[in-house]
Design a binder for this molecule. Structure first.
Ligand code: PHE
Length: 342
């Protein structure tokens, strides 16, 4: 009786009930265990018959429990496989992907163009000493250019560099040091993309912005080299082979002669290369003999040119971006529009 009853309950038990049944039947104080224990008190004849009977029951119940357990486990596995099934045909969730910031992209484009022309990429620190940022560049202590540049002064007489030009000084000093005879010297050909700082803030000025400096020093370097280099660069950057480029006489303390760099555009439509208007995009000139001498380079033996262009400026012109401040606002919609897929 015990066996049939137990078997019919085992046949429909769920996982927990099955465990309860196992304990109730075969556990330490289970029914069957108790019956087996009771054998000890019986006389040998009765014990033999009862023992054989109980062993058959025990085997049958053990098998029934195991069989039901196997069925339940298989069903549980089926259920889990069904629940965890991956539908490879389901549409992808709309994940946010990153993009290259337009300033980084322009910097990379500039670097690629100048690399192809044999320039190396250099950088320098944001915090500069007064000598590298001003004095060595022929900007004396009371020179009006210091006021013009709205310098951020730091404690201890250092400054946030107002332009990338101090890296000209760092590069020429290193070069002069490592080429004491200067007879075997390889020419300097570098560009310096980087952050610059001026206390100024409106739609076209930001207290932090980016420039790319260019510097070439060697023997027999002329203004013709400067002009050819800038024309090649600007036509490649804007991808306009006939882009008009004009060098307009100007003044910088660290170059002589100095020239503003203009490109042709249409002021009304903003179209680069079209129209008859001129737009300034940077400064340039032949490195001033005083600057060469300040760096320990003999100006009678070596000449060179330098230029500086604004990275934001070039990016705004190339992509028709109207307000400089948008570059720094981290507006995700704007970044998604003007950024570039990584
Ligand atoms: N440093 C100048 C500026 O920031 C630009 C420049 C660089 C001009 C090199 C001439 C030569 O305005």
């Amino acid at each position: 009786l015990l066996q049939t009853q137990a078997e019919s309950r085992i046949a429909v038990a769920d996982s927990d009930a099955l465990e309860e049944l196992r304990v109730a039947l075969l556990g330490k104080s289970g029914t069957l265990t108790a019956a087996l224990k009771a054998l000890g008190a019986m006389d040998p004849e009765a014990r033999k018959a009862r023992g054989a009977e109980l062993n058959i029951v025990k085997t049958a119940l053990t098998q029934a429990l195991a069989a039901r357990r196997a069925v339940l486990d298989a069903a549980a596995l089926e259920a889990r496989l069904a629940a965890e099934r991956i539908d490879v045909t389901a549409p992808v969730r709309p994940e946010l992907t990153g993009a290259i910031h337009p300033i980084s992209r322009t910097t990379e484009e500039i670097a690629a163009i100048f690399s192809a022309m044999g320039f190396a990429i250099k950088d320098g620190p944001d915090i500069e000493n007064d000598w590298n940022n001003f004095s060595a560049l022929n900007i004396a202590a009371h020179h009006p250019a210091r006021a013009m540049m709205d310098t951020f002064y730091l404690q201890g007489g250092e400054v946030l560099r107002t332009h990338t030009s101090p890296v000209q000084i760092r590069t020429m000093l290193d070069w002069a040091k490592s080429h004491s005879t200067q007879a075997d010297a390889q020419p300097i050909r570098i560009i310096v993309p980087g952050r610059t700082f001026r206390a100024d803030h409106d739609a076209t000025h930001s207290p932090m912005f980016h420039q790319t400096e260019g510097l070439v020093i060697g023997r027999g370097i002329t203004l013709g080299h400067l002009k050819g280099c800038l024309i090649d660069f600007l036509r490649a950057f804007f991808d306009i082979p006939s882009l008009p480029v004009r060098l307009r006489a100007s003044y910088f303390p660290f170059t002589e002669p100095s020239m503003e760099v203009d490109i042709g555009w249409n002021r009304k439509t903003g179209e680069i290369g079209g129209g008859t208007d001129w737009l300034e995009i940077g400064g340039s000139g032949m490195v001033h003999p005083n600057v060469l001498a300040n760096c320990g380079i003999d100006p009678r033996e070596f000449q060179g040119f330098a230029f500086g262009v604004g990275i934001e400026r070039l990016t705004m012109l190339k992509h028709g971006i109207a307000d400089l401040r948008l570059f720094y606002e981290s507006d995700v919609r704007w970044l998604r529009h003007y950024g570039f897929a990584a």
